[in-house]
Design a protein around this ligand. Structure first.
Ligand SMILES: [Fe+2]
Length: 447
């Protein structure tokens, strides 16, 4: 019986198919190149290679985009048709991908995690659970899944480094920045192309507001992690955030134009980052309407998808930024419908977090700053339930802070600014908020 690069038994009898599959596994774990093409090459050698179909379905289902629904279904059908020749692990991978595809994100995470318990050397299962945890805010699982799998690896074995990188991100999301940085740096030393590990350390710098270490960390290593990375836009986004923290607007715009969204794309996760960066710039008073316009044009196709509330909120930001009131209304209506009659995890995410936030952002745009602050405050502490990272969800705090300042809510503004400066003591942006709020207070006292 043949085994994949990590030692997991696979059902194919074709060495050629397995070789292509092993290539794909490396691309998947590094978010590089075109893993679907590599999987298709494996499938071309053996059309009944269930593990390859299951990974194909899983990777596409993790894009949180309806665009890939047909291809996910085709992969699941082909995998199911050959499932009698598959082993239990491979059949489990198919079932987990189906869970994700049908919006049962938590079930999918649990299923991938169960596979990883039995087969800790199935790095794809560990990674898929990890990605799923990210989408639904299971922060401790994000950390503990890769830690559990590390028991099956010796230092330096194939796959060991990417598990370190995943654990690093999990530590970071759980607030353990010291271990996050140590694990992330070790992973990057093993393979500098590991953009996820690079990213975990970038998050540490972001959370600490340590722009002086964060900028060189990303900028000076980009020549290694960026080429051929399907994830590069997100690390560039992080670099842009750090420059934004310093108030270096021209550099932020350059990074947006050249790296985050250099050309119209059809990548949902890239749209999300683009919208989030432009929204932050807009909050700071930078005119980015001409950049929002083409982004919103792309995102219009996803306005009523009802796939993932986190994406929906970013659609709302882009539509507001581009002045597309009809699309804002269309998205809100679709979210309300999902919240009212939808089922599955996204309905719950929409009800509990996505919809109140979308309404808060609309209120901000309408100048109803009190309503904006109130709605964000109501869900900010549980907002991990609709996924994203602390750094991504910082947009909630920033929007509330700007609303509080613009709405003259001095106590709220002061509280949020103080909180930020405590978390990020060396952040110029945090200091500038604190100064703004002090000036507000000073003005009132003087008056
Ligand atoms: Fe990130």
């Amino acid at each position: 019986m043949l085994s994949d690069r990590y030692g997991n038994a696979v059902s194919t009898k074709s060495q050629a198919a397995l070789d292509r599959f092993n290539d794909a596994l490396e691309l998947v774990r590094l978010y590089r190149g075109d893993p679907i093409a590599a999987l298709d090459a494996a499938i071309a050698e053996d059309g009944a290679f269930v593990n390859a179909w299951a990974v194909r379905a899983g990777v596409l289902a993790q894009q949180t985009d309806k665009l890939y629904a047909d291809e996910v279904e085709r992969s699941l059908r082909a995998g199911a048709a050959a499932a009698e020749h598959a082993n239990e692990r491979e059949r489990g991978l198919l079932a987990a991908a189906l869970d994700f595809h049908e919006g049962r994100y938590h079930d999918g995470v649990v299923r991938y995690a169960r596979i990883a318990h039995e087969h800790p050397r199935d790095v794809f299962a560990v990674q898929s659970a990890h990605v799923g945890c990210f989408f639904v805010g299971r922060q401790q699982d994000l950390r503990d899944g890769p830690l559990q799998a590390l028991r099956a690896f010796k230092r330096g074995e194939d796959g060991y480094g990417v598990l370190l990188g995943m654990a690093a991100f999990g530590f970071e999301e759980c607030g353990d920045y010291t271990r996050a940085e140590a694990y992330g740096r070790e992973a990057v030393e093993i393979d500098g192309r590991d953009g996820w590990a690079v990213h975990a350390v970038a998050h540490v710098h972001e959370m600490r507001g340590d722009v002086d270490r964060g900028i060189p960390w990303l900028r000076d290593s980009a020549g290694v992690w960026a080429p051929e990375s399907a994830f590069a836009y997100h690390n560039w986004w992080h670099l842009a955030l750090l420059h934004l923290d310093r108030g270096e607007i021209a550099e932020v715009l350059r990074l947006y134009d050249e790296k985050v969204r250099p050309a119209p794309s059809d990548v949902m996760l890239e749209w999300v980052d683009a919208a989030a960066l432009l929204w932050r710039l807009r909050l700071e008073g930078v005119d980015v309407a001409t950049r929002f316009a083409p982004l919103a044009e792309s995102m219009a196709r996803a306005a009523e998808d009802g796939v993932y509330a986190f994406n929906d909120l970013h659609c709302v930001m882009a539509f507001i930024g581009a002045g597309r009131e009809g699309d804002v209304a269309r998205t809100l209506e679709a979210m309300r419908k999902t919240a009212r009659i939808g089922d599955g995890d996204n309905a719950e995410m929409t009800r509990a977090v996505g919809l109140p936030l979308a309404e808060a952002f609309v209120a901000f745009e309408a100048g109803r700053f009190g309503e904006c602050v109130e709605k964000i405050a109501a869900v900010r502490g549980i907002a991990q339930r609709f996924g994203g990272s602390h750094a991504q969800r910082d947009i909630l705090t920033l929007t509330a802070l700007h609303a509080a300042i613009r709405g003259g809510m001095e106590a709220t503004a002061e509280a949020l600014a103080a909180e930020r400066l405590t978390h990020k003591p060396t952040s110029p942006w945090a200091a500038s908020f604190a100064a703004k709020v002090a000036a507000m207070r000073g003005t009132r006292v003087a008056a």
